[in-house]
Write a protein that binds this ligand. Sequence first.
Ligand code: C2E
Ligand code: MG
Ligand code: MG
Length: 641
Amino acid sequence: MTFAAAGGITFILVQNGQNWSIWWFMAITVLSVVRAAAGRSVTREMILAPRGPRMERWRTMLVIGLLVSSGLWAILAILASYDDEAVAYPLAIILSALAAGGTGILAPMVWPARIYIGAMLLPGSLLMFERTGTGLVMTSLGMLFLWVMFIVHNRNHLALRKSIALAQDNSTLVSELRGLNTDLEAEVERRTRALTIAAYTDSLTNLPNRRKLIQWLEKELDAEVGSQVAVLFLDLDRFKQINDALGHAIGDQVLLETASRLSRALPPHGILARWGGDEFVLALAPRPNALEEALGLSEMLIKAIEEPFRANGQVVLPGLSVGIALYPRDADNLVGLLLAADLAMAEAKRTGRGRTACFDPRYAREQKRRFDISRALPDAIAAGELSLHYQPIIDRTTGRRHAYEALARWHHTPLGAVKPDEFIAVAEESDMIVALGDWVMTKACSDAAQWAGGDVGTRVAVNVSVRQLSDDKFALKIARILAETGLAAGRLELEMTESVFADEALPIVRATLESLRALGVSLAIDDFGTGYSSLSRLLSLPVSTVKIDKSFVAELSGSGGAVIESTLLIARRLGIAVVAEGIETAEQAEVLGALGVDLFQGYYFGRPTEIKRRTVSLSDDSETPSMAAKYTCTPRSAAKC
Ligand code: C2E
Ligand code: MG
Ligand code: MG
């Protein structure tokens, strides 16, 4: 810009005969070239580090260049002749324009800029007045203009400083925010990772959870070609009893130990996940011999879990039931595969626990049957489909019938004869058991009240579910039924399983049992030994009888005999009567009698059967031949019991 202005004014001066201006032009040209070259030496690094030594040097050069340039313009203003207006006005315009430009371009500087602006305007303005005489107005305007230019420059300078300070603040803020953002991003990433892990991990055992298992299986089922994927559904046996009897803390320890034992047996191509509660699933990636491998693994796992657990000084003995299903043999999709393995596991449980069952389509049919039962049962009472059979309980010492146990029977069209084990379990899952239990109780009391002959005065034992006992009006209900049917309270015995101890409603159950006892009703614990209660715990309830489960009688020569012996020992001390259930042979009766069992029940003494009104189908002779013959009766004569 300076160069162009210099060229223009030199041309005017030369036209006016002022040829010295050519030298001036050459000087300003050299200066412009030097300044331009110096300007090009500014690098990006110098701008990024403006306080560096190179930048300082450049700044000094800039100021020198500027002062020299302003000096040259001042010289021009001094040397130029203003006689001719053709010189005076263009020169005044050019100097004013350069001064005005300087207020903006030189805003970053203070004194060099003021000198520059002053050099542009001051000499010219003063000389114009002095040399032209008539230029006073122009001189005054020049001075005013100079003053305004100083003010404008000052403002520009301040505005520039402010904007630089603001820009610096902003950049600090931005970099701080950027730092904050980086921290935030790292934290979000860490938490997302933790959440992802948590979403796919079981919090108690740290094993993969159900979601992770499904994801893994989806991939394996997709990859499966020509070989089979095996799924082992694992369920701890007796875990509920352990949890209820020993507390949840020990329950958790058992689950942790289970997870660790199962993990140790996990092959590298498998996954072990906690399905929920005491259920685990182990799946194996496709293998040609999937079934053999799964069966071998299952046996190993069962053995590993059968080893006694020690938790908080307590020894617990859980077991493991395993269900195996194969893809695509047993199911053609993931949901079906898991369901098949689950059904197989339920079968393993039903058929004795601590064993392996492989999926069979029959299991699905049976499940369908359970579903049908649950739908048909509510109408069974109203439709008159239920009936009661009675099984005798024999007193060893007198050989007389001590009681009859009332056992519900259901014949449904089209389901056919439904076993109590089937429909009672279904009823217990809902409140249906209450209506069913009410019907059984009323019918049993009313039947017993009408028994004749040798059965006059024989007790009736009725099974009650914990759901019935946890109704705080249950004792009142019994009192009403006894009153309505005319049965003496002393002739009624209620049988309940050890599950009463596990129930949350135990305080209500306890109060109900106390009231029943006060009424004169006797109480028995059924299937004793299958739960986790000890005899001493039973004492906390007003129980007068325990019924040893038939599974121990079936194993009399083995561990069953030891359980029966120790039960008898304690029961005798506590004054509790003992019934042995499920006696099927004379030998069993003989051994149990020798051990000191008070009361016998089983097919050997009589199967559950109907007792017709006032005519008892069983012998009216209350003394059983088998008793009279001191355990030497044949099953045939026993059937007469
Ligand atoms: P429970 O109370 O332990 O009844 C004894 C079960 O053992 C009966 O099975 C009986 O038929 C069977 N049993 C008796 N002697 C022998 C024997 O020598 N060998 C074998 N293998 N079994 C024998 P049932 O009638 O099938 O009843 C099964 C269970 O269903 C009963 O077991 C009881 O827990 C339940 N139950 C039956 N009726 C009712 C009821 O009205 N209410 C409730 N809550 N449960 C009932
Ligand atoms: Mg019973
Ligand atoms: Mg029983």
